[in-house]
Ligand binder design. Sequence first.
Ligand SMILES: Nc1ncnc2c1ncn2[C@@H]1O[C@H](COP(=O)(O)OP(=O)(O)O)[C@@H](O)[C@H]1O
Ligand SMILES: [Mg+2]
Length: 245
Amino acid sequence: MTLKNHPIKENTMAKFIVFGNQKGGIGKTTLTILMATGLSQPPFNKRVLVIDNDNQKSAIRLREYDEKNYEKDQPPYLIRAMSYQQIVASISDIDEMYDYVFIDTPGKLDANLPPESQEVTKILLLTDYLFMPFKAGALNLDATTDYVKILLQAQQHRSSSNRPLMIYGVVNFYKERSRINRELKEELIYLKENIGLSFMETPLKQYISYEYLNTYETMYLPKSNDPANMNFSIFLNEFFKKTQG
Ligand SMILES: Nc1ncnc2c1ncn2[C@@H]1O[C@H](COP(=O)(O)OP(=O)(O)O)[C@@H](O)[C@H]1O
Ligand SMILES: [Mg+2]
């Protein structure tokens, strides 16, 4: 089986976005929920769908937890569990109903399958923007090599379409004045030079408030003095700009 057998996303209006990396615990679900919660509310007011494609169903579970506390309120966006096949089957409806579609994919690749047969790879053929989270100081280049290979394959397969796959690195868990930052800088330069990976300028810093992830309440409060709200507001503004093209 090759990638050629899989449909490339048509020129849909909705933006399909994946925070992807084969490493677990790197912030894929956190970033997905933060962006979805932010963009679905003022001043963005986008029609947002989160598709939980991960077996662990972290996004679904976060929403179920919140639903108990926000009984009376309508959630600002839906979180639905869907397989690749289900996404493909309803892609035109999804495209009509939403502006932003985030797909939370599994961290682990299936060790028994070649890159082109992985569900994650097929999902990348439907994706417009792939944001790859990196953890400052724990960036193990070997561990990401397979994923980068998959990305480049998907990107090449997509390059003939009118919606190429855009790839950005994102630094997560960033701590200011940390010794690991020098190490991180070197690794980022390596990734830029060797695989042409460009990075978001704003890192997502490490803050407790990001751990108390909430699927209802936006952290986009640009006038707040809270450091996490300030960091997130700058981050979301840059993210919004990058995904407007
Ligand atoms: N910027 C951050 N600051 C603090 N904690 C974070 C941050 N990003 C992620 N985390 C925490 O790290 C853990 C793993 O994040 P998660 O989003 O579940 O990763 P993944 O989906 O890649 O497995 C979670 O406990 C989450 O709350
Ligand atoms: Mg996750």
